[in-house]
Ligand binder design. Structure first.
Ligand SMILES: CC(C)(COP(=O)(O)OP(=O)(O)OC[C@H]1O[C@@H](n2cnc3c(N)ncnc32)[C@H](O)[C@@H]1OP(=O)(O)O)[C@@H](O)C(=O)NCCC(=O)NCCS
Length: 181
């Protein structure tokens, strides 16, 4: 991915693919944003799996320092014997002192654009509809998708990267680690 500078609120922001030397900073951003080591450890585990897509593991830097992170992994949608590929967005994190300045928005928009450029068609997320709704994510269950762990209907969301990509798909969305299979 070519690094680019999105419009953010008065800061020198660059979004680029994660590099090997970013690992510790990415860990810290996730830990500090979520207040837990669950998410950063999950990212470390995902890096070891085929679900990890280096081009879709993005950092946001402010003045050269990692201030935000977003990851899109490979998922599959199971429908009987058929499998359909998709992306899963998680986690998204912005360092607490840098929040509410457009960094999360820039990461989501850059990630969706990169996913589309890489030829992906659908993205799932489990998160707050008040946040993800602004990027075009909509409730997934009512559109025929299911996930094998308990989540409230409105937090399990999907977004098309290609118009019409949801049509005729439906099925069980399988996560490489959370579903443990
Ligand atoms: C959620 C998060 C990534 C947003 O990043 P950010 O850079 O602070 O967000 P932006 O500046 O792009 O957007 C700010 C907007 O998001 C809203 N927002 C921030 N966090 C939110 C949340 N958890 N739920 C709903 N809305 C949220 C703000 O109210 C603000 O709304 P406005 O534009 O109408 O004023 C960041 O707050 C974060 O890292 N939170 C902790 C980890 C987390 O919850 N990750 C996402 C899981 S759903």
């Amino acid at each position: 991915m070519t690094p680019f500078q999105p419009a953010a609120r008065g800061i020198d922001l660059i979004i680029r693919a994660e590099r090997p030397g970013d690992r510790e900073a990415v860990f810290a951003v996730n830990r500090d944003a979520f207040g837990s080591e669950f998410e950063p450890k999950l990212v470390d585990e995902l890096r070891k799996t085929p679900a990890f897509i280096p081009e879709l593991s993005l950092v946001a830097t402010v003045d050269g320092v990692v201030a935000g992170y977003i990851l899109f992994i490979r998922l599959v949608i199971l429908k009987g014997p058929a499998e359909c590929p998709a992306l899963g967005l998680a986690p998204l994190a912005v360092a607490p002192p840098r929040q509410n300045r457009g960094i999360g928005t820039a990461l989501v928009l850059a990630g969706l654009a990169a996913g589309e450029r890489c030829g992906h068609r659908l993205v799932f997320v489990v998160g707050r509809p008040q946040y993800y709704g602004r990027f075009g994510f909509v409730a997934a269950r009512v559109r025929g998708f299911e996930v094998a762990f308990p989540v409230p209907d409105d937090t399990f969301m999907v977004r098309e990267l290609v118009p019409g990509a949801m049509q005729g798909i439906g099925g069980l969305v399988k996560h490489p680690i959370v579903l443990n299979s």
